[in-house]
Design a protein around this ligand. Structure first.
Ligand SMILES: [Zn+2]
Ligand SMILES: [Zn+2]
Ligand SMILES: [Zn+2]
Length: 154
């Protein structure tokens, strides 16, 4: 892998992600083809949050459609988080596998994950009060992480 390292980015490295993700994909009917495994391996090896373009750059022999499709499936399985940044770009990183939200540091780019069942319950209540058929939600909080805040980064 040619991934260039990025300092200071917190990253949850899941052991044998490729194997477990390939099995999960097979349970929903997606065979573990060589290109698909290459995508999983590249994701497993990523040094930090990555863009689709980063991933495509790592996988010159794999078609764009395969990369996009695999990312979408992994998101649906809660194996990959999709984190929109304020500039409109999107980063991905391995997920801990359950629903959660993100604290996004504007300075170092670190994502911190948090889960809050009470907050999720309130979101469902809001949707119900509006007669809205809720199918999912994501929540990102933007600011400075504790390290950057303490270092006085503006
Ligand atoms: Zn996440
Ligand atoms: Zn930070
Ligand atoms: Zn939530």
């Amino acid at each position: 892998m040619l991934w260039s390292g990025r300092d200071g980015v917190c990253y949850h490295r899941t052991v044998a992600f490729t194997e477990s993700a390939a099995r999960r994909l097979e349970t929903i009917g997606f065979r573990s083809t060589a290109p698909r495994r290459a995508v999983l391996k590249a994701i497993e090896g990523a040094p930090g949050p990555f863009t689709v373009e980063d991933l495509l750059g790592e996988l010159p022999g794999v078609g764009r459609a395969t990369v996009f499709r695999t990312i979408k499936l992994l998101q649906e399985l809660d194996l990959l988080c999709r984190v929109p940044l304020e500039d409109g770009s999107v980063r991905y990183q391995l997920s801990e596998g359950t629903h959660h939200h993100h604290l996004v540091c504007r300075s170092c780019g670190r994502f911190t994950e948090f889960a809050d069942l009470e907050l999720d319950r309130r979101i469902q209540e809001q949707a119900a009060q509006h007669g809205f058929h809720l199918q999912g939600h994501s929540l990102e909080l933007y600011g400075l992480c504790s390290a950057c805040g303490a270092a006085g980064v503006a």
